[in-house]
Ligand binder design. Structure first.
Ligand SMILES: [Zn+2]
Length: 140
């Protein structure tokens, strides 16, 4: 399936983006999927869900944002909305359309969060909070 290799490409792209930040994990990724990109959104969603566990996208919210198709009509000299590369111009019925919107599959947003602190740091914090709650009970 075409979408499986696309999903793999998205994961590699995110891996590359995070290569210099080993202390973060992906919280949310938003992909822009153009109507003219030749991508079946549901198949891509399925492939991403299948590949995410064990990858850099494990546990991340994955959102697919569909971008409407648009083309420049030479006859109308205007941008017109289209749903497929095979569409004629919805205004004049002309065939001279140059797709110029919704042709991409791209990562629009990548939100990361820091990984929890190293075990050393949290071990340092814990006795302090235990001590304060112990103090509260001893007042009783
Ligand atoms: Zn037209």
């Amino acid at each position: 399936m075409h979408e499986v290799s696309l999903a793999g490409g998205v994961i590699r792209l995110v891996e590359d983006a995070l290569a210099r930040e080993p202390r973060v994990r992906v919280k949310r990724v938003v992909l822009a999927v153009g109507a003219l990109a030749g991508v079946e959104v549901r198949a891509l969603r399925f492939a991403l869900d299948a590949l995410a566990p064990g990858s850099v996208l494990a546990g991340a919210a994955i959102e697919l944002d569909e971008v409407a198709g648009q083309a420049w009509c030479l006859n109308c000299a205007a941008n017109v909305p289209i749903h497929s590369r095979l569409d004629d111009c919805p205004q004049c019925g002309g065939r001279w359309l140059q797709p110029n919107g919704g042709t991409e599959l791209s990562v629009r947003e990548l939100i990361v969060e820091d990984l929890p602190d190293a075990p050393d740091a949290s071990a340092h914090q814990e006795p302090a909070s235990c001590a304060s709650s112990a103090a509260v009970t001893s007042v009783h």
